[in-house]
Design a binder for this molecule. Structure first.
Ligand SMILES: [Zn+2]
Length: 270
């Protein structure tokens, strides 16, 4: 139960995540609200979960932040619709890490279970697969196709997939699975479950992105966008299609939740 959690470790967790989120805010990877969310999440992940959880979280946060900064010139040259901005706010932090946060609280409740760590790793594998596919997929020489209809779409459109993007997703999921498995005795089954769950989660992300996710339109730039109420140019964006309540953050949350549930089902089967 909770008495196994030491205040000292929570204190170290607070110091550690204050350093990381402070740095991320300073270099512009997180907005102020994003830095606060990351600080709270990091404190609990380190304070309750310890090194294994922290290693997985840092791998996700580090590689996704790095990839969003790399190849910026190539990304700007392409006319992509990725306009999420590079300062992640608290909603984006929780959309990607919220499931892992719930899992670490469950770990506090059931300190001897290996299930919360499996589910959290699967959710972060899905978030990492999705981020790698988004950040690296725009560099693909082939234009992506919509996962639902197979129609060719511009690079960066939600739900668009390419062979290169799928490979990137596999890489992102594999890395998280490998880092997590390092701390686990039953390495191989953990690795396979997390890796597969991550891929499945990112496929759910693409399917929702292509079908239900809300899309807006900027009359000034004459292009579709995920931004609302204002486009990056300052113009008000108009509703185009999709469910108004399902934006990109909602899709990310669904993708990480699906991966965690998928991992739990696999763990029951094997
Ligand atoms: Zn515009």
């Amino acid at each position: 139960m909770w008495n196994s959690i030491s205040l000292v470790q929570l204190g170290y967790g607070a110091l550690f995540s204050l350093t990381i989120s402070g740095l991320a805010f300073w270099v512009g990877m997180l907005s102020l609200s994003g830095a606060f969310a990351a600080f709270g999440m990091g404190t609990l992940i380190f304070g309750i979960g310890g090194w294994s959880w922290t290693a997985v979280l840092i791998t996700f946060f580090g590689t996704s932040s790095l990839l969003s900064r790399l190849f910026l010139k190539q990304k700007q040259k392409l006319e992509t619709q990725i306009e999420k901005g590079y300062h992640r706010d608290w909603v984006q932090v929780l959309a990607n890490g919220g499931i892992a946060l719930v899992c670490v609280l469950l770990q506090g409740w059931f300190p001897n279970s290996s299930i919360p760590f499996l589910a959290a790793s699967a959710s972060l594998a899905a978030a990492n697969a999705d981020t790698w596919a988004t950040e690296l997929g725009v560099l693909s020489s082939q234009p992506p196709r919509l996962i639902t209809t197979g129609k060719t779409v511009p690079r960066g459109v939600s739900g668009g997939v390419s062979a290169f993007g799928l490979l990137a997703a596999l890489g992102g999921s594999t890395l998280i699975a490998a880092v997590g498995a390092f701390f686990i005795e039953e390495r191989l089954s953990f690795f396979l479950i997390v890796c597969l769950s991550g891929i499945m989660g990112s496929l759910v992300d693409s399917i929702l992105g292509a079908s239900l996710q809300v899309v807006y339109y900027c009359p000034n730039c004459e292009k579709e966008t995920e931004k609302h109420p204002f486009h990056s140019c300052g113009e008000k964006t108009l509703y185009q299609r999709g469910r108004i309540w399902l934006n990109n953050d909602g899709v990310n949350l669904a993708c990480t939740l699906f991966a965690a549930i998928f991992a739990l089902m696999m763990a029951r089967l094997f």
